[in-house]
Design a protein around this ligand. Sequence first.
Ligand SMILES: [Zn+2]
Length: 230
Amino acid sequence: MYGDGSYSYAYSDGERMEEVRFCPEHGFYRGKECKCGKLGEVVLEAEKVEKVGRFMSGILRHFPDRFGLNVDENGWVNFESLVRVLKKKFKWVDKWVVKAIVMSDFRERYEIRGDKIRARYGHSIDIKLNDMPEADEEVLFYGTSEEEAQRIVEVGIKPVNRTFIHLTTSVEKSLEAAKQHSDNPVIFEVDAKTARRDGIKIVKANKFIALAREIPPKYIKRVQYSSYSP
Ligand SMILES: [Zn+2]
């Protein structure tokens, strides 16, 4: 879709082109109107959000070493160092541009803590994410295509080009993800409670997404998603 090789899957979770605006009351947000109805000032045009966002997620998820950035086992990179790397490519980038993108991101792709930043999910680099909280949901969901569904029933859910598999906390989010790859998405329900009890580690990346190394077939059940939607 964005067609330039190495970045093409960095944005597979779908991006709407939207500017970042600032509301004096609610801070940075995406799109025209803030949730309060006010029209905030534009701090970053949509095109810039897309460019920096794509580059930044590529670095944090897939190739930090290509730019000499050290990443620790939980995916953290020094914030100032990342800003320096981004600035080399886009001269107008400063720490506020990066913060505005992170803080306005309703998908919660990134996390800033102290002097560090990381992507919350979508990695292909070898990391552990040991400091993320354990998911406490009883069930989680996974959306896929009919072709992949056949394989999942046999071998379980395993990552493809990624370090972790991405489970979602709602059927809606699974459908959203699966619809990017398939016109007839298939939804699996994961018995997260039993999987956890059996020692499978599932962490919560943000309020929509939970991550695991893999989920064996016995915890997975295909569901009719029509029964979940109104
Ligand atoms: Zn507002």
